[in-house]
Design a binder for this molecule. Structure first.
Ligand SMILES: Cc1cc2nc3c(=O)[nH]c(=O)nc-3n(C[C@H](O)[C@H](O)[C@H](O)COP(=O)(O)O)c2cc1C
Length: 504
């Protein structure tokens, strides 16, 4: 068998960079548009209860809820229905060149929704123990395997003797859904979108008093096999467990799920692969040994930092909307107006980005660093700032108005120019490669996506507009930010007042 060539984080990112004048035309083949919903012929989903009650909590309360002892140790279908609905539910109908589509509670590059969710649930009242695929269109769970699979999940996780989980959520991405439009660059979007979805899931679990752990590292082949994916077309990118009463005794090898299940990873009549995407994913399946010292990305970007200032907790409940309403009402809004962002709003955003989502955030969440470019915010001079999440502090690294130049850099999406603040996620790719190998790319991009989703929800709660931007000229962005040779911008999220909304 031919070996897949190994490529590094730096290789993949450089080979998929956009450069001005170098984009060429790419026509979307609407006749080959990927299906947005995964379907398993001959298998009907168990429908989940509708109209479930959602937690009435403030968004910042949920964001900062880590360290609270888990309040809930049992669950039922109604709870699971609410969690899945908040994580990946349908929230609006929108016109689309290929016909109307439903938008979801999570943002997704180009509304292509490459991600799927699977749930392994042992012993839940009203649901036979087993592995299920979340059918978004039907709001149901399609059975894929029966029995308590906790032992198989525990076996796929690093470290022997891992406690068998109760509930396990898996997030996968179907390559062609995003590759249809973004081609070689699509792996960036698979990972960013996964990060967005993971954050929505973690917040929904926390809001329900469930204590979740995220796993960025797992045995890829074992997990893809467990889920019945065709790994040429769909791969698991992260999983998240909730402690419970799963059983850890091995029950022998699990059977293959067969062609009807693996065949469901195909979503278009004429799919084509992009070797660089597959190579990058395959290169990241090598599990890295944890570095002795986790690199602090803020010090590795080549930016000269000034004095660090602490960010204080915001008012008890900033924003007009609570957590669940912010999720339901979240949308990408691009009609930014040149009004200042109130200081209290900016500080609430910064505080929310620093809030610890898990009791012990994994080291990998430090693979990307957050910056923010202030164009127009009360109490802040225009300029580029860096955020240090572990110490919840910020420092300024440059002064000046650059949001217009950044809009040019973002493929001339000029509606970005009046946005009050551009949040930026950056990483030193050589440091990623050195610390974690190619798998480091997954960590950095998913970490950036997670922060992106938080920004969307916080902006919605505060009555501000927000939009993620994955399309930019890469070396132009690097030069504009003044990053060193090995560092790059990974993702940008613009936030600010928009027409017709009140930041009150
Ligand atoms: C990773 C990512 C990249 C995105 N890049 C862009 C972009 O470059 N330009 C843009 O106008 N919107 C961009 N978006 C916004 C999506 O188009 C938007 O999320 C999608 O159309 C669904 O709409 P909704 O967010 O209102 O639900 C991006 C979103 C994500 C998550």
């Amino acid at each position: 068998m031919m070996q897949t060539p190994h490529i590094s984080c730096a290789d993949y990112h450089t080979r998929t960079s956009y450069e001005r004048g170098g984009l060429g035309g790419h026509h979307l083949d609407w006749g080959n548009q990927p299906a947005l919903y995964k379907a398993y012929p001959g298998r009907d989903p168990v429908l989940l209860p509708q109209d479930t009650a959602f937690p009435q909590k403030g968004l910042w309360t949920v964001l900062a809820e880590s360290g609270v002892p888990p309040k809930r140790t049992s669950w039922g279908l109604e709870l699971l229905s609410g969690i899945l609905g908040l994580t990946y539910g349908l929230t609006a109908r929108a016109p689309h060149p290929g016909g109307d589509i439903y938008l979801r509670s999570v943002a997704s590059a180009g509304a292509l929704y490459p991600c799927e969710i699977y749930v392994a649930a042992p012993g839940m009242p009203g649901l036979e123990s087993g592995l299920y695929h979340f059918s978004i269109a039907r709001h149901g769970l399609t059975p894929l395997r029966t029995g308590d699979l906790s032992f198989a999940v525990a076996e796929a996780l690093p470290g022997s003797g891992r406690e068998a989980p109760g509930l396990t959520f898996f997030i996968s991405a179907i390559y062609f859904r995003s590759a249809w439009k973004y081609r070689e660059r699509s792996y960036r979007y698979h990972l960013l979108d996964t990060g967005h979805l993971l954050e929505n899931l973690l917040l929904a679990l926390k809001a329900q008093g469930l204590d979740a752990s995220v796993f960025w590292d797992f045995d890829d082949a074992t997990v893809n096999g467990l889920l019945g994916l065709d790994p040429q077309k769909e791969v698991c990118l992260t999983l998240c467990t909730v402690p419970g009463t799963g059983h850890s005794e091995a029950r022998g090898d699990l059977p293959d799920l067969g062609q009807t299940v693996t065949g469901a990873s195909r979503v278009a009549p004429r799919e084509r692969g992009y070797p660089v995407v597959e190579q990058m994913h395959a290169s990241g399946t090598v599990m890295p040994s944890p570095p002795e010292k986790v690199p602090a990305m803020v010090d590795r970007l080549g930016l000269v930092t000034g004095q660090w200032a602490s960010i204080h907790p915001p008012d008890p409940r900033p924003g007009a909307l609570g957590y669940a309403d912010a999720v339901w009402k979240r949308r990408s809004r691009r009609n930014f107006v040149p009004s200042p962002m109130p200081k209290s709003a900016l500080e609430a955003l910064l505080y929310g980005l620093c809030a610890r989502s898990e009791q012990k955030p994994p080291d990998q969440s430090r693979a990307a660093c957050t910056g923010f470019w202030v164009g127009n915010a009360e109490g802040y001079d225009p300029g580029l700032y860096l955020l240090d999440a572990p110490s919840c502090s910020r420092t300024r690294v440059k002064t000046g108005m650059f949001t217009r130049k950044m809009a040019h850099t973002c493929l001339d999406q000029m509606w970005l120019a009046p946005a009050a603040v551009h949040f930026l996620f950056m990483s030193n790719l050589a440091v990623l490669d050195h610390a974690w190998g190619a798998r480091g790319y997954r960590y950095a991009m998913m970490a950036a996506g997670r922060m992106g989703e938080r920004l969307y929800l916080m902006a919605t709660a505060l009555g501000l507009g927000c939009c993620g931007i994955g399309a930019f000229y890469d070396t132009e962005a690097q030069a504009l930010l003044g990053l060193n040779q090995d560092s790059r911008m990974l993702y940008l999220v613009a936030v600010g007042p928009v027409k017709g909304r009140n930041t009150g």
